[in-house]
Design a binder for this molecule. Structure first.
Ligand code: GTP
Length: 424
């Protein structure tokens, strides 16, 4: 039997995802019509012999439980949310809930970072893991540009054995362009290694010169404290993947992920994609790929796509044009408006003949292996970096206005056109 753990983090982790994370926990943000981590669940249930899925994070349980119940109903498999009492880090949560993970004696367990978006081929990773009998952990890795690699976990791989010879998390200078995908399979014996790190940290607390201060000693980082320690021991292996892989850090990366998930689901008919309307059933003009919820009302004269997801209860008026955007539940886009490279928040309203437009932040297609940049909101001159336009929930945009490269926090009623502004 196998298990899968999805690390979902907690409220203060999704800060770069504001204002969207003010309204909805980032792991539940809909990408291609499904909450982000439902894509992980879809990948997990393809595993043969999967016994249980555990979500570990520190969101209040009332924010996650309704989703968990819905997932159990859809997939008919045990899914549990295990809530950390505080942020325990990517290994601290695994260790804290080790008895839950070990329960039933699974042969191995997967760990997926909740903010990864990818064509997860977990069966393939498991096969790879089993080919190395000494492996405590096998991890998927991919390639980034030399410059971008510094933002990720980097590793040196022995190409003959696939062993990870050296691992550094976010190095200060170039180590390797091979980066950690945040998708792992572990043997149960890993808890011995994590336990040793835990005990060392606990004993450190009692040393008179402890530099740990008041830091939570149960907080452990998988990358720095466990993977780096296992590199070069013959127990840590890397599987190279060259399929699509990205992370959802900023709102801009949601539009990029949306495009790839739409494409993936079109190809992978074996996946249980619970879509109600996949665009081809929509009566308006469609430029694929798009996702339209069955409860959305789209005027036949609208033109939608490519790369658009339209959530439940959305109303799209006559002559509307939407491209490269995500429109969240119950938003209204009135007649003849244009929405480009934008995310329109839940229950927002865009008046007639308005133009809402952002700047795409996709990886440079001319640079091999380029990944999303995930730039901060402001550049060094204190100006807003060009990015997609985001309307928080319940924002109202008057008719005949233009919104360019702007971010509007929830519940705002705009009265004028704006450009490169954050409306707080
Ligand atoms: P940055 O976000 O750039 O720091 O890089 P990263 O990709 O290494 O992210 P990080 O290690 O912070 O998170 C990886 C995944 O683990 C994400 O899905 C987080 O939501 C999740 N995560 C991070 N910290 C915690 C934690 O304390 N507890 C749990 N359960 N999950 C966490």
């Amino acid at each position: 039997m196998l298990k899968a753990v999805i690390l979902i983090g907690g409220p203060q982790k999704g800060t770069r995802f504001r204002p969207l994370s003010l309204d909805i926990p980032k792991p539940l943000f809909p990408v291609a019509g499904l909450p982000l981590i439902q894509h992980h669940i879809e990948a997990c249930i393809l595993l043969k012999n999967l016994g249980e899925i555990l979500l570990i994070g520190f969101y209040p349980s009332n924010q996650i439980e309704p989703f968990v119940n819905e997932m159990q109903r859809i997939y008919n498999i045990t899914i549990k949310y295990l809530q950390e009492y505080t942020a325990l880090g990517t290994a601290g949560g695994l260790f804290h809930f080790r008895d839950q993970i070990r329960c039933g004696n699974p042969d191995a367990f997967f760990v997926l970072n909740g903010d990864v978006c990818a064509d997860f081929q977990l069966e393939y990773l498991y096969e790879f893991h089993n080919n190395n009998p000494n492996a405590l952990v096998s991890m998927m890795y991919t390639e980034a540009t030399k410059q971008q690699s510094l933002n990720f976990g980097c590793m040196v791989i022995d190409k003959k054995t696939n062993e990870v010879a050296h691992y550094v998390e976010k190095p200060c200078s170039y180590v390797s362009a091979y980066i950690n995908c945040g998708i792992y399979v572990f043997s149960l014996d890993i808890f011995q290694t994590i336990g040793e790190v835990f005990s060392n940290k606990q004993s450190d607390l009692f040393k008179p010169d402890s530099s740990n201060g008041n830091r939570e000693a149960s907080h452990m980082q998988l990358e720095n404290e466990i993977l780096a320690r296992l590199s070069g021991t013959g127990k840590f292996f890397g599987l190279h993947v060259d399929t699509w892989w990205s992370q959802l850090k900023t709102a801009g990366s949601a539009i990029y992920a949306n495009r790839h998930y739409l494409e993936l689901y079109k190809k992978a008919a074996n996946r249980k994609f619970h879509s109600h309307g996949k665009g081809d059933e929509v009566l308006c003009t469609v430029i694929p790929d798009i996702y339209v919820d069955s409860t959305a009302i789209v005027d036949p004269s609208a033109v939608i796509g490519p790369n658009v997801s339209i959530g439940p209860g959305v109303v799209v008026g006559a002559g509307v044009r939407i491209q490269e955007s995500i429109v969240l539940a119950n938003a209204v886009i009135e007649d003849h408006s244009l929405v480009l490279h934008s995310i329109i928040g839940t229950q927002s309203r865009i008046g007639k003949w308005a133009r809402v437009e952002g700047t795409p932040t996709d990886p440079d297609p001319n640079k091999p292996f380029a990944k999303m940049e995930n730039l901060p909101l402001f550049n060094r001159d204190g100006r807003l970096n060009p990015s997609i336009t985001i309307l928080g929930c319940r924002v109202s945009v008057p008719s005949e206005t233009i919104l360019l490269n702007s971010i509007v926090l929830p519940n705002k009623e705009l009265a004028r056109s704006i450009k490169n502004e954050i409306i707080l």
